[in-house]
Design a binder for this molecule. Sequence first.
Ligand SMILES: [Zn+2]
Length: 311
Amino acid sequence: MKTTRRDLLGVMAATMAAPALTVGAASSQQRARASEEAQRPDGANTVAILNDTHIAEGHADDHVHPRNLRLAIDGILALTPRPAAVVINGDLAMSVGTPGDYRRFRELIEPLRRELPLHLTLGNHDTREEFLRAFPELTSASQLREHRHTGILDLPHVRLALLDSLKETPAAPGRLGADQIRWMLEQADAVGQNKPFVCISHHNPRVGGDAVHFPGGIEDTEAFWPELVARPQCKAFFHGHVHDWTLGMHTGIHVVNTMASAMVADTRLSTNGWTLARFAPEGVELEIHTYQADHAWNGERKWLFWRQPRV
Ligand SMILES: [Zn+2]
């Protein structure tokens, strides 16, 4: 892959749009190295992220939700190189996570599961018990007193902690809970300060991004955010749930709101699709794939540079 003018503009736009990026801003040398690392030909540091697929048992084959999910799967499987893994980040089911919804979802994602490591998280339109019944072979990375479906994805340049923020179906707010927070911080501590650590949950933290979405976000954000800030290896928090694509930052940590696979509030302002994240030691490059091929965001790339450890 060559560096195109759009890539350079993307770097410039990201730097200009967020003055906070000057905290730990990367030198041009670091940028060049990061770009090289992210474009390693083997895809070992690349993850495809979808969220809010909202699949229902009763959807006809040509309904837009299953159609969008199939488009994402086709797009991901056509990538060269293939990503190391795919994360579908919650609200897998349409409304209240019925057995039929998960049966349908399972059928739809089968072509993807056959080809690539696939990780699923839960959102407020999922039902944990029904999800676990539908996917009995999926194990959780944590063993908490109250079961949570979590995952750890270790790539050469990043450790991703996949969190379970489902509190109550289908009420909007999410929660991690003290046990899961402790587990998450243990996962961050285990990598030490030299490997970037990134959290992914369906729900948004109540920091960064647009405060209008905070009431529906993770209600115990205050219990863990300062702990993430205190650990320099914690670089970013990815979430869905908001059904839009926006970038935020709070206390040096990026808050990445990835676009939904199904439904947006206003099609004039946003759209549906999925996100490719290429991790490098110094940051991540995001590449947007919209289902509407001629959408202005399709193919857009953004570079986010990690905050640097204090010395
Ligand atoms: Zn949703």
